[in-house]
Write a protein that binds this ligand. Structure first.
Ligand code: ADP
Ligand code: MG
Length: 270
């Protein structure tokens, strides 16, 4: 199958998506190079999840095009799916199963079999830091442990590109940091390209090589965290950048009020 003529690992070209009268994405053009952690920022309803769903082939675009790992998401979805991992905004691990059972399910979903598969699952348990509790039901885990398991599940087949929608929402600072370290390890260890959405300015600053801020489906600005801060002012923080380009006020700590209620991970599994 032909590769698209792009040297970017993820590229969108004037990508638009409408839901009836709502224009969720409006001519979004982005280029993400390989081994980059790219952050999509924007207030609720800006179109972040819609962009991820199109890039993971779960939703068709209304117009425009996008390629992932060299394949067109609309024309070559099977090729794209083989090369990506996806951690959705809603829970993807099953609380009534153990970590090992969840990983075994993901492995069969990805067509992994036999001894190599068992070794891959062991490695994933280690990567997620879940060795002591791999045989316990996931509903007994903390939010951070569940998220780490979900990242391990989504990367079992060693995808080229990993998509995560609000990966650390609802996590405490320690758990959040451990998810960050796992993502940095995937980038540096295997050159994985990672696209994530976040509301968390500290996360965007610490983790992301490049950021795009979306506002009402449109690209407001794109650049490295440092370049964006410099554009706003000499002592600007990323929160200042966000406010400047999205027109939305943040709470102290760089969060939105509504986010806190969005994801009660451990609670919802109970
Ligand atoms: N399946 C859908 N049907 C109708 N409207 C939708 C659907 N999904 C998203 N939207 C709308 O599209 C816009 C962008 O949503 P979304 O991509 O979820 O934003 P974000 O993830 O940035 O919060 C919002 O106005 C949302 O209400
Ligand atoms: Mg969303």
């Amino acid at each position: 199958m032909d590769h698209m003529p792009t040297h970017y690992t993820i590229e969108t070209r004037s990508l638009s998506k409408s839901f009836a009268a709502t224009r969720a994405l409006d001519r979004l053009s982005l280029q993400v190079p390989a081994a980059c952690i790219f952050g999509l920022l924007g207030p609720n309803g800006a179109g972040k999840s819609t962009a991820i769903k199109i890039l993971t082939t779960l939703l068709p675009a209304t117009s425009g095009s996008a390629s992932v790992a060299g394949f067109d998401v609309a024309g070559q979805p099977v090729e794209v799916r083989k090369r990506i991992g996806y951690v959705p905004q809603m829970l993807s691990a099953d609380g009534a199963l153990t970590a090992t059972e969840n990983l075994t399910l993901s492995a069969s979903l990805y067509g992994l079999r036999g001894a190599a598969c068992a070794a891959r699952i062991q490695e994933a348990v280690r990567f997620a830091g879940l060795e002591p509790v791999a045989g316990h039901l996931v509903k007994t885990y903390s939010g951070g442990m569940i998220r780490s398991l979900e990242v391990a599940q989504a990367t079992l087949h060693r995808p080229e590109v990993l998509f995560l929608d609000e990966p650390t929402i609802g996590l405490d600072p320690v758990a959040r940091r451990s998810v960050w370290e796992r993502l940095l390890e995937l980038k540096s260890g295997s050159g994985m390209t990672i696209l994530l959405t976040t509301h968390d300015m500290e996360e965007a600053d610490y983790l992301c090589d490049q950021l795009a801020i979306l506002h009402q489906g449109q690209l407001a600005v794109v650049g490295t965290p440092q370049v964006l801060k410099n554009q706003v002012g000499p002592d600007a923080s990323l929160s200042d950048v966000f406010v400047a380009y999205s027109g939305v006020e943040l709470e102290p700590g760089g969060h939105y009020r509504e986010v806190r209620e969005t994801r009660g991970t451990a609670r919802r599994l109970g």
